[in-house]
Design a protein around this ligand. Structure first.
Ligand code: TXA
Ligand code: MG
Length: 350
């Protein structure tokens, strides 16, 4: 299959391209498109055959449900068995935006879309191309991140093309995304709302808007996976770079010394080494390939660059990567969640 890549200006969306993309969606085909978090791989959410195509193109396990993207709040009412009180509060505060809500689904949503579950994940993305595609197609759009299963989520159209070229008919290239990590997922089907995946909207922000306690799924923090995460997708070892990644945490000077010690040992053993550093520390490492993920205080920049950096390491012949670690509060919680998964929870404390 030939994959057409169409550049699209978010500030001035070309109608002809949008119509072409919308026709593909209506015909049950796949279109990759930008959102504010990461690129999505979209299909008609209410068409079981279209959803199946998503799983095929990604090589995704069929028990891993998709997020349904909507353009107006009424779309949630159309697919939910009931709309919880909290959904309205959260939508008013955060939609369109990087928040996914899990609610009980009604019969209009096929189980192919929800990986066999009775609940459905719903999000209103804050991106003109994504919202434009939903509106132009007249469909609700099921979209996981547009990567091959097990690779970092794409933050640029080129990442989508690297994984999906020849597998899907169209990629809408709206440039690099703004946030860079996937949406926060909150489960509203429980007594106490529970965050199943941390993201740009933090647990504290959710709790303030809801005026109640919000839990964090214990399964996503546990290193030993004794407790199964509630979002099926969180149990897989995502975002795994080809090289072995280890996080090193501790006081800055200790971290730098320990990483350099290990880098030297690895090099003596004939291995190529990489380091994920910060603007403040990048000049102090001895590795073959040192990349800065951003200034340490700038969590937004770190989130935006994380997946690109992991992908770029895959294009080098680096065998081992050491990364600095970050405070796990605020957006840092999401950053550390993704980094820990990429590292298979390998952490050295110095
Ligand atoms: O930012 C995002 O959310 C991006 C963009 C494209 O919107 N999408 C995304 O989708 O990250 P995906 O498929 O890569 O991740 C969806 C996650 C998976 O971990 C999945 O298991 C979980 O959401 N999920 C979906 N439906 C669920 C449900 N009904 N119950 C529990 N977890 C669910
Ligand atoms: Mg994904």
């Amino acid at each position: 299959m030939h994959t057409k890549i169409i550049k699209i200006d978010s500030a001035d969306i070309d109608n002809k391209s949008m119509t072409e993309a919308a026709e593909l969606i209506r015909a049950g085909e796949l279109v990759a498109f930008p959102t504010e978090t990461v690129y999505g791989l979209g299909a008609d959410a209410l068409n079981p055959g279209a959803s199946r195509r998503i799983y095929e193109a990604k090589g995704r396990p069929s028990d891993n449900p998709l997020i349904v993207h909507i353009a107006k709040f009424q779309d949630l009412e159309a697919i939910a068995r009931e709309v919880p009180r909290q959904a309205k509060l959260l939508a008013d505060a955060f939609w369109p935006g990087p928040l996914t809500m899990i609610v009980w689904k009604n019969d209009s949503v096929p189980r192919e879309t929800t990986g066999g579950m009775d609940t459905v994940a719903v999000r209103m993305p804050n991106h003109p191309v994504a919202l434009g595609l939903i509106a132009a197609s007249g469909c609700l759009i099921a979209a996981p991140s547009a990567n091959t299963s097990g690779r970092p989520s794409p933050t640029e159209a080129a990442h989508v093309a690297a994984d999906m070229d020849g597998r899907i008919p169209m990629i809408l290239d709206g440039g690099a995304v703004g946030i860079g990590i996937e949406s926060t997922i909150i489960d509203l089907t429980e007594e106490v709302p529970m965050v199943l995946r941390p993201g740009y909207i933090t647990t504290e922000m959710l709790s303030v808007v809801l005026g109640q306690e919000v839990q964090l799924d214990p399964g996503i923090i546990a290193a030993d996976s004794e407790r199964k995460p509630k979002a099926p997708g969180m149990k897989y070892r995502h975002y795994a770079p080809r090289a072995d990644l280890t996080l090193v945490e501790g006081a800055e000077s200790e971290v730098i010394r320990e990483i350099n010690r290990r880098v030297c040992a690895a090099r003596r053993a004939g291995q190529k080494t990489g380091v994920i550093a910060t603007e403040e520390t990048k000049g102090r490492y001895l590795a073959d390939c040192v990349v800065s993920i951003g200034a340490r205080h700038d969590e937004d920049a770190i989130a935006r660059q994380l997946y690109r950096i992991l992908r770029e390491f895959d294009d080098t012949d680096v065998d081992v990567i050491y990364s600095e670690s970050f405070a796990a509060s605020g957006v840092g919680q999401a950053i550390m969640n993704r980094l820990l998964k990429a590292a298979g929870h390998r952490v050295l404390t110095v």
